[in-house]
Design a binder for this molecule. Structure first.
Ligand SMILES: [Zn+2]
Length: 80
């Protein structure tokens, strides 16, 4: 049985199926709960940031992922 480890929470993902129960972003593999938290964190930040721009959208995704990997989880509500 193939097992993959989430790069953020380090939990095993059993029988990983891309875009189903894990997500590959840049060189990072994340599990579904972490992807959900990433989406929430993005949504929360997008609400405050205008105008929308794909440049910082990607930059923010990578920043959230790298911070998440250091902390072991994605911070949905960044500290002020
Ligand atoms: Zn995870």
């Amino acid at each position: 049985m193939k097992v993959l480890y989430c790069d953020v929470c380090k939990k095993p993902i059993e029988n990983p199926v891309p875009s189903r129960n894990y997500f590959h972003i840049a060189d990072i593999d994340i599990c579904e709960p972490c992807k959900d938290e990433l989406d929430l964190a993005m949504k929360y930040t997008l609400r405050q940031k205008k105008p929308f721009d794909y440049g910082w959208h990607d930059e923010l995704t990578m920043r959230l992922l790298h911070e998440g990997m250091q902390k072991g989880r994605i911070e949905v509500h960044p500290k002020r």
